[in-house]
Design a protein around this ligand. Sequence first.
Ligand code: SF4
Length: 63
Amino acid sequence: MAKKVTVDKDLCIGCGACTGICSNIFAIGDDGKAEVIAEVTDADQESVQAAADSCPVQAIKID
Ligand code: SF4
C-alpha cells in the first residue's frame, strides 16, 4: 500500500537532510522548506522512512 507522506512546513527548518536521502520524493521549495514532489510508491517507502528518521525536527509524517 502506498503511504501518504506530508511535510509539516511549520516544523521544517530546510536543512536538506530529507532531499539528500530521498531526492525523488522531497525537494526544497521556493519557501526554503521541504515539500513532497511525487507520489510515494511501495518502492520508495524505505528511503522515505530513512528521510523521516533523519529529519531533526520530525517534520515528515507518514500515514
Ligand atoms: S529533513 Fe526535516 S527539517 Fe530538514 S528539510 Fe527535510 S523536512 Fe525539513
